[in-house]
Unconditional design. Structure first.
Length: 350
């Protein structure tokens, strides 16, 4: 049995206080992603574990270190306007929603940026993919500097890149890349760059994908961290496998979403692409996951009448509407807390 938005006066005060003090922002249409059963099948790939979350050969990226807490922390991200969802393991600190226009060929960018800690972020975005004037979309999608990518080796890919864009290589102390292949993609490329900053080296690994179902857009995953030795290139290439395409909404959902966006009057603004992107995002488009976790802790304490208990499993679901934490405790109870970007809070127990 589930109980929503408990009637206790104290909880009403807590919920109202958190909503008023902590969050502002634009509310999207919720499309929560259902959790899939997670099995214990793991294997080492380089310096990062890959986990099979569906009991088949598909590999999913794991961000937890070997010395991390034994709690299972499933991470589910669903973004309907950006047409993607991903699932993996990781402990998230904060979330930024992105809806910007950038002065590059990426054009309109919509998606999400996740802070795992102060030095580690992952940005997942859907961007414009417009060919240069006079070039057909199909050729644009299947060539690299006008050279067909079919059968192209990573060495050939890098040689063409260095020849055609030598200035890019001057920005980094290390830069390498190549091509990836998946049946649902027309093209997928990866690159790993290391840039020196006043704070030390900054590593950026990017997977740039063109899906067969959406040829006029690129789906880009950018994973940024500061320890050059922390992740192997072979393990990071598996980021290509975490993204799943979400097709267009039904006509009714699309109309409702358009109406909501019109009411909120969202105006995209210009930002630069690069390592400084997180600091350029609007503050009212950001939430800390510790707030939803802390609220769930308080809620469980109230339900258990302050009896000692430990969280055994936690799943974080991030959608275009907000963040949900769903936990299983060692007393077998289950709780679920949602904080929406509008400030609305929902509490559920099973």
């Amino acid at each position: 049995m589930k109980s929503k938005l408990v009637e206790n006066t104290w909880w009403k005060a807590v919920v109202c206080g958190m909503a008023m003090v902590t969050f502002t922002g634009v509310v999207g249409i919720a499309h929560a992603m259902e959790a899939k059963p997670v099995q214990d099948l793991t294997k080492e790939i380089g310096m990062v574990q890959a986990v099979d979350t569906q009991g088949i050969d598909g590999e999913h990226f794991v961000l937890q270190k070997e010395n991390a807490t034994p709690e299972k922390r499933g991470l589910y991200i669903s973004h309907r306007p950006a047409h993607f969802r991903v699932n993996m393991y990781g402990t998230v600190k904060g979330v930024h929603w992105i809806d910007k226009v950038v002065p590059t060929d990426s054009g309109h960018m919509v998606g999400i940026l996740v802070d795992f800690d102060e030095n580690t972020t992952m940005m997942i975005t859907r961007r414009d993919n417009k060919p240069t004037q006079g070039v057909f979309q199909e050729r644009w999608n299947t060539t690299w500097y006008d050279q067909p990518i079919q059968g192209m080796t990573d060495e050939e890919y890098m040689a063409i890149w260095r020849r055609e864009d030598s200035r890019t290589f001057e920005k980094y102390i290390q830069l390498t890349g190549g091509l990836l292949w998946r049946e649902d993609m027309t093209a997928a490329r990866w690159d790993r760059s290391v840039q020196m900053t006043p704070e030390g080296p900054k590593v950026r690994f990017t997977v740039d994908m063109i899906l067969k179902d959406d040829p006029t857009h690129r789906y880009v995953i950018t994973f940024t961290y500061d320890d050059i030795q922390e992740y192997s290139i072979e393990s990071l290439k598996h980021l290509v496998d975490i993204l799943e395409y979400l097709p267009d909404e039904s006509e009714a959902d699309a109309q409702q979403n358009e109406k909501q966006q019109t009411e909120e009057q969202r105006d995209p603004s210009l930002v630069d692409e690069g390592y400084s992107l997180p600091s350029a995002l609007l503050s009212d488009m950001w939430m800390e996951t510790k707030d939803v976790t802390n609220l769930e802790d308080l809620y469980h304490q109230e339900l258990s009448q302050n009896k000692p208990s430990v969280r055994k499993e936690q799943e974080l679901r991030i959608t275009d509407e907000g963040i949900t934490s769903q936990s299983t405790w060692d007393d077998t109870s289950k709780t679920k807390v949602t904080i929406q970007r509008s400030g609305r809070i929902e509490l559920e127990k099973e």
